[in-house]
Design a protein around this ligand. Structure first.
Ligand code: GLA
Length: 727
């Protein structure tokens, strides 16, 4: 007899074949036990109309003739029959390192009409050691979140050496993988590779600022390179803010094994009996219609179910970082409030440099960790600044970097044991600073106290920018040493400590918007975005570079989570810079009082326009129209839910050849073919005239099949079009 999990709900130990379909609206991950009661992934692909036919799938595949492992094991153990890359590797309490995992039972919970949670229990037949695989499915969005829980009742602790979140298996002819390496101010640089036999690994060992050089985001495309509007693709991310590892291995059958989780590097974990070790989640969106649909689904999932206040509002702002750097005083800051008001933004953000007295924070060499207001720069404190900002009708936000310390600080002098460093070795600095030991509960209290103190003293504080500018060198914790906990727990306990502080902050301050920053995009993942409303994708605000960076982040993150500031980086005109920054949450980091009259008028007008269309950018559907990696023009558009309004952004990105006028129209997308629309160019710089006829009426059908020519040339390098339905 067969048991179909999804229909039955529960199934218990038996030697019969158990089939478990994990179904989204369009796709299925099909799991099945074999005669030995081991669980295998037998199929990934489109859902079948007749569920009973899932039972016939395994008859069609033969992947077993090589007797070195079960390539499609759903969670591959090690030390017994398996000689290929494992998902889990352990040492039992008695030192034995063999593990077998057999199916015991599974359960399907219907959380609501759109969400199910399937959990599958696997046990070692010899040792009291078990794991549970979790698959949370958002059916309509075609998004799966997958994680694993490990628990045992052996007589001593078990050493976890590898503990993947997910172990997937895809049968196909060809696989194309896009990964996103980067570096400071050059985040998310995509590389697409056709996978061939062997292993492709993407990982980080940097600790705190884990995503500086590699990203835990990936695109997997089946049969051919990923494309925007057709083909089967998976857009995924390991949602973990520390060291991660993604392993893509094409096996001897040319199938793809994919194992991902916390990086096992230097991270063996001693698990006491009856304590649950929960891995981070692998989150992925699946689409059979290309990366465009997968992104829109992931965005909509993120806004609805994941990001803090994902369906809410965001604050436009003026930031003083690039306007003043560390060189400011009360006077300078209060004049900036007037600038913020004059521009028409919601908030002023006071950046780095406001703290430290014995070691004033006048450069990045001192003061980090001493979170007392610098009395010389700001003699009347933050409360006074907030009062002044309020007088101008602007909100007030503040920068902190609470997990870090300069050796030149009172914090370092008083709490050397809170600092991650090798006691016997010379210190190694990144941006002249060291990382605090977030595995230590006292440090967690200290970090929590920084935020809590700021809010207690200034209840009207409207925003926090939480920075993290260093990697972890010389990984060693005095706290773990004192407690007799292995040092190899540090990388993991650091991240857990960070999450637990954020959890506490959010219990007391559930709503205040917080920006996640890490010297640019060193951080930004769906675990941290449970606590943060937005993130800072890169310090690189040069607008052409920025178009690429935002484009590549846009595969994974909705625009409402991305903070884009207008700065003085690069040579592009102000209009170009503002247009680019408007594709997300708009901010300014310029000396507004230094703008000439035209620029100032333009700024005010563009901010006004932004306030009018921001809801479409924040909550609408994104359609990537022309890829800057492949075209001289980049174009993308946002469409509101009922397809009555849209905003289209068009930019010249290639200046190498002299472009006359865009020869071809840009085909729009996401409109209603049966609706009629008018197109109006907005964000026109004073003294320039639009080339777009605002009176002409087009059908959605025409705009999507033929398109519209934005008339880009060397004088018109950036064109924003507003599209509205004509009733
Ligand atoms: C990092 C951030 C910047 C700024 C500085 C302050 O580099 O990315 O935006 O806040 O720190 O030191």
């Amino acid at each position: 007899m067969f048991t179909i999990g999804l229909l039955i709900g529960y199934a218990s130990i038996n030697a019969q074949t158990v089939t478990i379909p994990i179904e989204t609206e369009n796709n299925v991950l099909l799991l099945q036990t074999d005669p030995e009661n081991r669980l295998r992934t037998i199929y990934f692909g489109e859902t079948l109309s007749n569920k009973n036919e899932y039972l016939s799938v395994s008859d069609l595949f033969y992947f077993d003739e090589e007797n070195v492992g079960i390539y499609n094991s759903t969670y591959t153990p090690s030390g017994t029959w398996n000689l290929i890359e494992p998902a889990i590797q352990i040492k039992h309490a008695d030192g034995n390192s063999s593990l077998e995992l057999k199916y015991v039972s599974h359960k399907v919970e219907q959380i609501n009409s759109n969400t199910t949670l399937t959990s599958i229990l696997l046990k070692d037949p010899i040792y009291p050691f078990q794991i549970t695989l979790f698959y949370k499915v958002w059916k309509h969005e075609n998004v799966i979140e997958q994680w694993t829980e490990i628990v045992h009742s052996e007589n001593k602790s078990v050493l976890l050496e590898k503990f993947a979140s997910a172990n997937l298996y895809f049968t196909n002819k060809d696989f194309y993988l896009t990964t996103y390496p980067g570096q400071w101010a050059k985040e998310m640089q995509p590389i697409e590779t056709k996978l061939s036999r062997g292993m492709k690994t993407v990982d980080s060992k940097l600790g705190a600022r884990a995503m500086l050089l590699n990203s835990p985001n990936f695109v997997l495309s089946f049969d051919k390179p990923a494309s925007e509007n057709e083909g089967t693709v998976i857009l995924g991310q390991l949602a973990w803010s520390g060291n991660f590892k993604l392993e893509f291995e094409v096996d001897l059958y040319n199938n793809l094994r994919f194992i991902s989780g916390i990086n096992p590097y230097s991270s063996e974990y001693l698990l006491p009996a009856n304590e649950v070790f929960k891995t981070p989640a692998l989150i992925y969106a699946i689409s059979n219609k290309g990366t465009g649909e997968a992104s829109r689904n992931l965005h909509s999932w993120a806004r609805k179910y994941r990001v803090l206040d994902g369906q809410g509002e965001r604050l436009t702002l003026l930031n003083n970082w690039e306007a003043t750097y560390f060189d400011f005083d009360e006077n300078k800051i209060t004049t900036l409030f007037k600038d913020a008001k004059n521009l028409g933004v919601d908030m002023f953000l006071l950046d780095d440099g406001w703290f430290g007295n014995k070691y004033p924070r006048n450069s990045d060499k001192a003061g980090l960790g001493d979170w007392q207001v610098n009395v010389k720069k700001l003699p009347n404190g933050i409360a006074h600044l907030m009062k002044e900002a309020k007088k101008e009708g602007v909100k007030f936000g503040i920068w902190i970097e609470p997990e870090m310390v300069n050796p030149k600080s009172e914090l370092y002098e008083n709490h050397l044991d809170w600092v991650i460093r090798q006691p016997e070795r010379p210190e190694v600095y990144y941006r002249n600073q060291l990382v605090l030991d977030m595995s230590n509960p006292e440090v967690q209290d200290f970090v929590y106290g920084i935020v809590d103190g700021l809010f207690t003293e200034n209840p009207e504080l409207a925003f926090i920018k939480w920075d993290c500018n260093a990697v972890i060198y010389n990984a060693y914790s005095a706290y773990l040493n004192k407690k007799g906990i292995p040092q190899s727990h540090l990388y993991i306990d650091y991240v857990k400590g960070l999450y637990s502080v954020l959890e506490r902050i959010r219990i007391k301050y559930p709503k205040v918007p917080m920006m996640l920053c890490s010297g640019g995009g060193g951080r930004g993942d769906y675990e941290l975005l449970k606590y943060f409303t937005e993130f800072w994708p890169s310090d690189d605000t040069e607008p052409i570079e920025r178009i690429f960076i935002q484009w590549d982040y846009s595969y994974f993150f909705p625009s409402i989570t991305m903070d884009n500031h207008v700065t003085d980086w690069g040579k592009q005109p102000l209009k170009f810079r503002i247009d680019v920054a408007s594709m997300g949450k708009l901010g300014f980091d310029i000396v507004a009082s230094g703008l000439n009259e035209n620029d100032l008028q333009f700024c005010k007008k563009a901010i006004n326009n932004y306030h009018a269309f921001k809801n479409i950018v924040w909550h609408g559907d994104l359609y990537r129209l022309l890829n800057p990696h492949e075209n001289d023009i980049a174009a993308l558009m946002y469409v509101n839910a009922d397809k009555s309004s849209a905003i289209v952004f068009n930019y010249l990105v290639n200046y190498r050849q002299r472009l006359a006028t865009t020869e071809q129209p840009v085909k729009l997308n996401g409109l209603n073919p049966n609706k009629k629309y008018r197109i109006k160019e907005i964000n026109l710089y004073p003294g320039t005239k639009s080339q777009i006829n605002p009176d002409k009426v087009y059908s959605g059908d025409f705009l999507m099949k033929m398109g519209i020519n934005p008339v880009i040339d060397l004088q018109r390098t950036s064109v924003v079009l507003e599209i509205n339905e004509v009733k």
